[in-house]
Design a protein. Structure first.
Lengths: 400, 305
């Protein structure tokens, strides 16, 4: 029987991991991920989770340990955040290149310096290019459900690619909501044991994770790219199957909310989409044609779905908790690429905010829609890349 | 019966590789895997043995084997062992073994090694010590001895090679209270095989630090490897020891070292036969001798000799 409990995002994540029955959990504590590993440790102690919990001495070792376990055909889990994720960076490419379907929870957090423990998405967005599937969840239920779907997608033999589930630090990890926890029977029905040929074999020993010179290297990279692209259809299949078993239907790689006839669309990802949705509803109630596009998967990047959601809009804005210094927000870059591929040209703004846990208010989001309308009317009231709380046009004349 | 040179298997588990002529490290991997047998699972970080053994499609391990990130030999070993055990798939005679160089162990891999020993994971870690980063072209590591010329400790008129002493890795490892640690030399291969066999029989973390000469980096003849690996022990600049159950034991404790500096077995003879020590002055050689004597005083005290 499924049950309902009042859980934080970290706790919901731990429940999802428990239901996935990993063989090996290796993790190193870092705020705001810690509650995940604390709950998993308790589950192992109580016998609710029959896994080896390895107390590694660093994030680098956490992922290396998971990779070693994955070499044996074990299902593995790790979790981290921010500097911990950056410390793992070189291992991200090892795990992806070795095609080890490790699932990792990342609590999105600011990166130093200045040292800051609060939420933004600079950590994972800086590491989009290491070959991991990257999903961003909206709430605690999605956090739990995504853990099960992550294993199903990552371990699919067509994909065999590691999977990073991103939860906004504090906004999701430490916020409590009522969450439906599926029964183990349901989870087992949805997620079969991990079967793979990509493992050690004592009958026919194998050499894994070798080196390959220029004459072979391109094929490995090409195959990894094709597998990641193939994940697009596997994600949809998996969500269908998830709905059949659990009765909850997820909207695919993007969630387009009231975008169909929208003049102005705000694109974002993660927890801030909840607030943006209420702003969209309020403006719709006033007769304004605005929409919200929540990107759920940054890798593989849903080019066609993003373009389809923005087609016909007069302007769009990307709100992201990220900046690639000297360039623009990374999500903005990706969205622009999707539009360029589709042949769509429209005015656009990039709203960089929420850095280091900074608040993003309803008034801010209202201001974004106003700025988009001005932009579409040909007015240049701000730079194309706007820092919320610093040079946003609705701050003109106000103290920062 | 204990494994020895006569009864050791003719099966090969590491062959067809591209190691340099006279490579000591490849002997370490070859002999250890012969002792550990076909169910050994090995993990190797960046370094000479992975560089020469894992070139697709020329893959040189007949047992299950994997490359690891440079810093993480021990963490990958931990994961392999935990993964096999958690699935009930670990054969009774399976040793999960790592082969890492001196830099991969005493420098970048030390943190992960310490973590594995702290957890007492059931793995064997073998450090093949050729006393520098040989794979990348002979750069100094923390196990490069005083006076050795490397490409990052050039021997010029101002500085005569490496200025630091070899890090005391064996005692660092022992200080963790590890179930079993040993030192060895490819010059005394019987002693090494015995230690590998012993390590295989012990549950928990095991560590063997073995001197593996590198003619390419040391500046000696390719057929000198075994002889020079004997001489480093006999002249006292290396030692054969074990740490088990909280106690140190010296496997060889010479009453006296060769004092005739022209003779085999003296420190000077050992140093002067290698290109890497060519710039050492007489005074510096004397300092090496004094350092050796201080080390042995400490070792004998540790071992209660």
């Amino acid at each position: 029987m499924a049950s309902r409990r009042f859980l934080s995002g970290d706790e919901a994540c731990a429940e999802g991991v428990r239901l996935a029955r990993p063989h090996v959990v290796s993790a190193y504590p870092i705020t705001p991920q810690t509650v995940v590993v604390e709950r998993l440790s308790e589950m192992v102690e109580r016998g609710d989770l029959n896994a080896e919990y390895v107390h590694v001495e660093s994030e680098h070792s956490a992922l290396c340990c998971a990779m070693g376990a994955s070499c044996t055909g074990a299902r593995t889990f790790t979790a981290t955040s921010s500097q911990g994720l950056l410390y793992m960076a070189e291992v991200l490419s090892y795990a992806a290149g070795g095609r080890f379907p490790i699932v990792m929870m990342n609590a999105n957090r600011a990166t130093a310096l200045p040292w800051n423990i609060y939420g933004d998405q600079r950590d994972s967005l800086a590491l989009l290019d290491h070959g991991w599937i990257q999903a961003y969840v909206l709430d605690n239920q999605e956090a739990l459900d995504m853990m099960l779907m992550a294993y199903a997608i990552a371990e699919d033999p067509r994909i065999s690619t590691p999977f990073m589930v991103n939860l906004d630090g504090f906004a999701i990890t430490h916020t409590y909501e009522t969450v439906e926890i599926p029964s183990q029977e349901q989870a087992d029905e949805f997620l079969p044991p991990y079967e793979t040929a990509n493992r050690f074999d004592f009958e026919n020993p194998v050499n894994m994770g070798y080196s390959a010179g220029p004459e072979y290297n391109r094929y490995y990279k090409y195959c990894a790219h094709k597998a990641m692209k193939a994940a697009e259809s596997v994600i949809e299949e998996t969500e269908e199957r998830f709905a059949q078993v659990f009765g909850r239907k997820y909207p695919g790689m993007v969630e387009a909310y009231r975008c169909d006839d929208a003049d102005y669309v705000l694109v974002t990802l993660g927890s801030i989409a909840g607030l943006a949705r209420s702003v969209v509803d309020a403006r719709r109630a006033e007769g304004q044609k605005v929409g919200l596009l929540r990107i759920r998967y940054m890798r593989p990047f849903p080019y066609a779905r993003v373009a389809a959601a923005l087609e016909g809009a007069k302007a769009f804005g990307v709100l992201e908790k990220d900046i690639s210094f000297g360039a623009e927000g990374t999500v903005f870059t990706n969205v622009n690429s999707a539009l360029q591929r589709a042949g769509f040209v429209m005015p656009s703004l990039n709203f960089v905010g929420g850095l280091g846990g900074d608040d993003i208010s309803e008034a801010d989001i209202d201001g974004m829609f106003e700025a988009l309308a001005s932009r579409a009317a040909g007015e240049k009231t701000c730079e194309q890349v706007v820092f919320l709380g610093v040079d946003a046009p609705w701050m003109a004349g106000k103290e920062a | 019966m204990a494994v020895n040179a006569k009864n050791v298997t003719d099966d090969e588990f590491f062959f067809g590789h591209k190691a340099c002529a006279g490579c000591g490290g490849s002997l370490v991997v070859r002999q250890a895997l012969k002792v550990l047998g076909p169910n050994a699972v090995s993990a190797l970080p960046a370094g000479c043995m992975s560089a020469v053994g894992f070139n697709f499609p020329q893959l040189c391990f007949a047992n299950n084997s994997v490359i690891t990130p440079f810093a993480a030999t021990a963490a990958v070993l931990t994961g392999i062992e935990a993964g096999l055990r958690a699935q009930g798939k670990k054969p009774d005679d399976c040793t999960v073994v790592g082969f890492a160089g001196d830099g991969g162990t005493a420098d970048i891999g030390l943190q992960a090694l310490s973590g594995a020993i702290d957890r007492n994971d059931d793995v064997l870690y073998i450090c093949y010590d050729n006393e520098a980063y040989m794979n990348t072209g002979i750069q100094k590591s923390s196990l490069t001895p005083f006076g050795a010329k490397t490409t990052t400790t050039p021997a010029g008129s101002n500085v005569h090679g490496c200025l630091t002493e070899k890090k005391n890795l064996f005692e660092i490892v022992a200080a963790h209270g590890i179930p079993y640690a040993a030192t060895a030399s490819v010059g005394y291969i019987q002693d090494f095989m015995r230690k590998v066999e012993k390590a295989k029989s012990i549950k928990g973390t095991k560590f063997i630090h073995i001197i593996a000469p590198c003619p390419t980096g040391w500046g000696c003849a390719v057929d000198d490897t075994i002889d020079i690996a004997k001489e480093i022990v006999d002249c006292g600049l290396w030692f054969l020891a074990e740490y088990e159950g909280g106690s140190f034991k010296l496997n060889r404790d010479p009453k006296q070292f060769q004092t005739d500096s022209t003779q085999w077995g003296s420190v000077e003879h050992y140093l002067r036969r290698q290109g890497r020590f060519k710039s050492l002055t007489e005074d510096e050689v004397q300092a090496v001798v004094e350092g050796r004597d201080a080390t042995w005083e400490r070792l004998r005290a540790l071992a209660g000799c």
